[in-house]
Design a protein around this ligand. Structure first.
Ligand SMILES: C[S@@+](CC[C@H](N)C(=O)[O-])C[C@H]1O[C@@H](n2cnc3c(N)ncnc32)[C@H](O)[C@@H]1O
Length: 279
């Protein structure tokens, strides 16, 4: 008898198709986004969003290093369920979060939305007009790395345009070595007897990792076979590894100056690093 999961054709994807549109987990699919929201809010792990203790430490860092000069408008790109707004929005600061996950934006609006203080918009950051002017813009938790290089450049250029003169941009990037390591991990298999991220039904997931050296890209393929399905569904997560110098180049190309790397940014592991830049 054949096993549809293990009979799935598993070949290294073609480098030319790395950014072909299906390169990303569908964070914006309504059902998927509802399942991801559970992971964002969980205090059992750091997936999707970090645990509250880390978010609190990062907000304290942002407040002391970037918001000390009085009232500020803050733009959070890929804000998820708005967990940073709880600490950054308020009487002094106006916060706007953009995300294309409907469940996350719905949760953020219901939980943290406050007219004139914290607002959340369902929007694709690759396409949306960011508005402005803002004193601070940020994209955290390595999200910039999962966009194709030309879209990274577009997002950075739009962030630059949305900032007030002297405004700051914070990018929490995935370190090059951490991305490469993720692409070189051996294949693994998990089962979710009560459902999980990929389905509400029980499923098994075969994860295959690939590293594309010439493109500096890690590709994860998740082959998911849910109970009752005859064939597995494959999801992909594609991550571009940027060195610190390359990230600095992207920022300068977008018009930023004063690029700085911050070793004191509080992160639970050293796979991520913070870089800031000024308009
Ligand atoms: C790793 S999560 C981080 C969420 C949040 N910054 C945090 O740390 O709690 C990345 C977020 O980016 C959002 N995202 C990914 N691609 C996006 C896009 N093209 N436009 C808007 N949001 C996007 C996802 O929906 C998700 O909420």
């Amino acid at each position: 008898m054949t096993n549809p999961l293990f009979d799935t054709v598993r070949h290294t994807p073609d480098a030319a198709s790395l950014w072909d549109g299906s390169h990303k987990i569908p964070w914006n699919d309504p059902a998927f986004s509802a399942r991801i929201l559970r992971e964002h809010l969980s205090q059992d792990h750091h997936l999707a969003s970090r645990k509250s203790s880390v978010i609190e430490a990062q907000c304290a860092w942002i407040a002391s290093r970037c918001l000390s000069g009085g009232p500020a408008s803050i733009l959070d790109l890929g804000c998820g369920p708005g967990l940073y707004s709880r600490l950054l929005a308020g009487d002094a600061n106006y916060y706007i979060g953009l995300d294309f996950s409907p469940a996350s934006i719905g949760y953020a609006q219901d939980t943290f939305g406050a007219p004139g203080k914290a607002e959340f918009r369902l929007a694709d950051v690759a396409e949306a007009d960011f508005g402005g002017p803002f004193e601070l813009a940020m994209m955290l938790y390595g999200e910039l790395n999962v966009f194709p290089p030309e879209v990274c450049q577009r997002i950075l250029a739009k962030a630059h345009a949305a900032l007030a003169p002297g405004g700051r941009l914070l990018i929490e990037r995935q370190r090059f070595g951490a991305v490469r390591k993720s692409g070189q991990e051996p294949r693994s298999r998990t089962r979710a007897d009560n459902g999980g991220l990929f389905s509400d039904r029980a499923y098994v997931c075969l994860t295959e990792n690939h590293w594309f050296d010439a493109e500096s890209v890690a590709l994860q393929c998740f082959h998911v076979l849910a109970q009752g399905d005859a064939e597995p569904v494959t999801y992909r997560s594609t991550t571009r590894a940027w060195t610190g110098d390359e990230m600095e180049g992207l920022l300068r190309q977008a018009g930023f100056a004063d690029v700085a790397h911050h070793d004191d940014w509080p992160v639970p592991d050293n796979g991520l690093a913070l870089v800031s830049a000024t308009k």
